[in-house]
Design a protein around this ligand. Structure first.
Ligand SMILES: *[C@@H]1O[C@H](CO)[C@@H](O)[C@H](O)[C@H]1NC(C)=O
Ligand SMILES: *[C@@H]1O[C@H](CO)[C@@H](O)[C@H](O)[C@H]1NC(C)=O
Ligand SMILES: *[C@@H]1O[C@H](CO)[C@@H](O)[C@H](O)[C@H]1NC(C)=O
Ligand SMILES: *[C@@H]1O[C@H](CO)[C@@H](O)[C@H](O)[C@H]1NC(C)=O
Ligand SMILES: *[C@@H]1O[C@H](CO)[C@@H](O)[C@H](O)[C@H]1NC(C)=O
Ligand SMILES: *[C@@H]1O[C@H](CO)[C@@H](O)[C@H](O)[C@H]1NC(C)=O
Ligand SMILES: *[C@@H]1O[C@H](CO)[C@@H](O)[C@H](O)[C@H]1NC(C)=O
Ligand SMILES: *[C@@H]1O[C@H](CO)[C@@H](O)[C@H](O)[C@H]1NC(C)=O
Ligand SMILES: *[C@@H]1O[C@H](CO)[C@@H](O)[C@H](O)[C@H]1NC(C)=O
Length: 651
């Protein structure tokens, strides 16, 4: 029993008022110090852990177009498998579907084969299928050798985990050496018991001679978010939309950079018909289809009413190559084209005319362009690259703001950056004790975008170590509450911190290169983490003005952090409290308003410090809302290891 409780009991016995000795008193100011920018909370995205291909991008077939693989290797087929004893391989097609897609899957069709010959694809770690849903299948084929009989047929089907047919479409197979496209709508007859389903293609050739049929660009889409062609997976999209993101940082992240100059992300390889997109060797261990390309990102931004925070490649690769001075010219030209694709005038710019031809003549919204990614790994050449690129881009696009990715304490950059993108991966304790980070930053016109942050490990001396050493697999209650403490600091410093985004945003629970992630998923489920709920609560309770209040303690042992904002439209005061201690905290709030409602709401995320939402227990930790007593002064008990949002009508 704590000494506070003993004192309270003694006081009760003596029938006197209990002095709020141990309570932390927070006096709120009636006068706002600064606005909460509408851009404060948003999302950082790059294709890592299948967040794009196999994740948000709704395509269900993995390795759909044999992009960037070495033909005639077993690896090139992955994850395609032959059905029965069919013979398949990936070949460099002598008559490719397009110059961007040189490879095809070759199926050997034996003479007079009575049984179905073919191959299957298990998707990205399964294919989630639902009864009655229409899946859009498509493929291209040509007869590359031999003589297929006139009676030959081709079937596209969806199979369950026992290879039982859930839906099928059969069409005559044309004995042509030219490419034929087949499209089909497949509607499963029932919902299969697992995600271990597959997409299969078979042919019959009962009367023909031995032949070879080549297949290219095989695709399967579920219905997409807002019905966009080539669009997003609805359950993941809706999960992200619920966090009311104001911006979308893309396409990286490291995945912008490339290991080499040749494998950098290039906007022009990601637009237009899918058959014209070559894909690229991504920076996180798998080929990117680039089906989720620049225009898809921009449509997505419009669909969620987000601003794109778009990066351009800036002469530095993950492999350590750096390009400086005049040698940057072609890359500056490509960056100019990329920006013009987004905002240029179709009458004067070819990339803008391309955008118009793809159905979007109006320019997209764009205010911020990020120069590279994590240039703080290259203090040697960053000043030269920044100067060369930004001098040019500022002259070409005076209306845009360019964001630097080196450290503001690093090399002096000219022109002086208006914005730095800051990244921090650390421990829950770090975040709880560093919410004052921006309080002492000079107000000199430079603004900050906290473009990546997350509590990733409990081991301060080995943040990037193994799970056994403290690396988190999933966000925990403690890590989310620590991030919440840090985020109260963003609100207090929102006069210079205009945007912040957790990273990484998404990760497949079946194949990830990084943990923890804000939102996990498999082929048919989405897993919302504790950190997700913290982001959700901040964004949905943003307010538009910051009200100064008694400052929390700024110390290396601080555990109780808070911030107060107000929604002028709703006449509400919003109090956010992060309690990182293993004990409850008594708090007393003093609100300087005439009209304060006698009750308010408290939404609380709490639980055992090490608890996580996982695929086995996806809803272990969810926020709970209840009514609380409020008034011009009121008391609130913050649970141990918790994040609370109190909303009080007050004006
Ligand atoms: C389904 O077909 C695939 C491909 O031929 C095979 O590897 C797998 O073992 C089959 N599964 C069952 C349950 O028969
Ligand atoms: C993917 O992960 C989920 C959740 O752990 C699991 O149920 C499923 O079996 C996994 N799928 C594959 C193909 O490994
Ligand atoms: C699905 O496939 C995965 C990977 O092969 C396997 O671990 C899992 O047990 C399978 N699930 C079912 C329900 O068959
Ligand atoms: C994209 O632009 C680069 C550089 O200008 C060029 O090398 C590449 O061929 C282009 N890609 C496509 C698909 O046109
Ligand atoms: C910017 O660089 C491009 C490509 O090198 C060049 O064509 C253009 O003239 C430059 N513009 C300015 C304003 O320096
Ligand atoms: C920049 O490139 C040069 C060689 O072109 C290399 O010596 C140097 O180490 C590189 N710098 C960085 C920071 O990678
Ligand atoms: C403001 O201060 C930071 C940190 O010292 C510095 O990096 C930045 O260039 C300064 N901004 C201006 C506009 O002077
Ligand atoms: C917060 O504490 C840190 C570490 O003691 C100190 O460097 C910083 O100046 C303090 N910030 C404020 C605003 O007091
Ligand atoms: C933290 O990491 C260090 C360095 O790898 C390791 O020696 C130590 O055991 C780890 N601590 C914990 C608590 O896992």
């Amino acid at each position: 029993m704590s000494s506070f409780l003993s004192a309270a009991i003694v006081a009760q016995l003596l029938q006197v008022a209990v002095p709020a000795l141990a309570a932390t008193t927070v006096t709120v100011s009636a006068t706002a110090s600064h606005a909460i920018p509408s851009t404060l909370w948003g999302m950082m995205f790059e294709d890592i852990s299948h967040s794009g291909d196999g994740g948000l991008y709704a395509e269900l077939i993995q390795n759909r177009a044999f992009q960037q693989v070495a033909p005639d290797t077993a690896a090139a087929l992955d994850p395609w498998v032959p059905l029965g004893d069919s013979q398949i391989s990936v070949v460099a097609d002598s008559v490719p579907l397009s110059s961007a897609l040189p490879n095809s899957l070759a199926l050997t069709v034996p003479a007079a084969s009575a049984t179905e010959i073919g191959f299957a694809n298990p998707g990205y770690f399964g294919i989630g299928l639902v009864k009655g849903t229409a899946y859009s299948a498509s493929l291209n084929y040509r007869v590359a050798a031999g003589a297929i009989s006139k009676q030959a047929s081709l079937t596209i089907s969806l199979l369950d985990q026992n290879n039982k047919t859930l839906a099928a479409f059969t069409t005559p197979l044309r004995a042509s050496g030219k490419w034929t496209e087949v499209t089909a709508s497949l509607v499963p007859s029932h919902t299969p018991p697992s995600n271990n389903n597959s997409f299969a293609v078979t042919v019959t050739n009962a009367r023909g001679a031995e032949s070879q049929v080549n297949f290219a660009l095989l695709s399967l889409f579920p219905p997409t978010f807002k019905g966009r062609a080539n669009g997003m997976r609805p359950d993941i999209a809706e999960t992200l939309a619920a966090n009311k993101p104001a911006f979308w940082r893309f396409p990286g992240g490291n995945n912008l950079e490339g290991q080499t100059v040749a494998t950098r992300w290039q906007w022009n390889n990601t637009v237009g018909p899918l058959k014209d997109r070559p894909g690229r060797v991504g920076d996180w261990g798998y080929v990117n289809t680039d089906g989720l390309g620049l225009l898809e990102y921009l449509h997505w931004c419009e669909d969620l009413d987000m601003e794109p925070y778009m990066a351009v490649w800036d002469g530095y690769t993950l492999g350590g190559t750096n390009i400086t001075g005049a040698a940057l010219d072609p890359y500056i030209a490509q960056a100019i084209d990329q920006i013009n694709f987004v905002i240029g005038d179709p009458a004067t710019s070819a990339p803008a005319a391309l955008r118009a031809s793809l159905g979007h003549p109006e320019p997209f919204t764009l205010h911020y362009v990020e120069i590279g990614n994590e240039d703080f790994f290259d203090d040697e050449t960053v000043a030269n690259r920044w100067n060369t690129i930004v001098t040019n881009l500022s002259a070409t696009f005076p209306q845009l703001t360019f964001m630097a990715t080196s450290l503001s304490s690093g090399p002096v950059l000219t022109p002086t950056p208006k914005v730095y993108d800051v990244h921090v991966y650390s421990s829950p304790t770090y975040f709880a004790t560093n919410s004052f980070l921006y309080d002492s930053v000079e107000r000199n016109g430079t603004h900050y975008f906290e473009g990546e942050y997350a509590a990733i490990s409990t081991n301060d001396s080995n943040l990037f170590g193994t799970p056994a050493e403290g690396r988190l697999l999933f966000p925990t209650v403690a890590s989310a509450v620590g991030e919440a403490a840090f985020m109260t600091g963003f609100e207090r410093n929102a006069d210079i911190v205009f945007s912040a985004s957790y990273a990484p945003l998404l990760g497949s629970v079946n194949d990830s290169q990084w943990t923890p992630n804000l939102v996990g998923f498999d082929a048919s489920n989405v897993y919302k983490s504790t950190s997700y709920y913290v982001q959700n609560l901040f964004a949905n309770n943003k307010g538009d003005e910051y009200l100064p209040s008694t400052l929390p303690s700024n110390s290396s042992t601080a555990t109780l952090l808070w911030s107060v904002t107000r929604s002028t439209a709703n006449k509400e005061v919003i109090i956010k409290i992060s309690n990182n201690a293993a004990t409850t905290e008594e708090m007393k709030f003093v609100l300087p308003f005439k009209d304060v409602s006698s009750t308010g709401s408290a939404t609380v995320l709490t639980g055992p410090a090490t608890a996580s939402n996982t695929p086995d227990a996806p809803d272990a930790i969810v926020p709970v809302t209840s009514r609380i007593k409020t008034g011009t002064t009121f008391e609130y008990t913050a649970p141990a290891v918790s994040f609370s949002v109190l909303v009080v009508s007050a004006h």
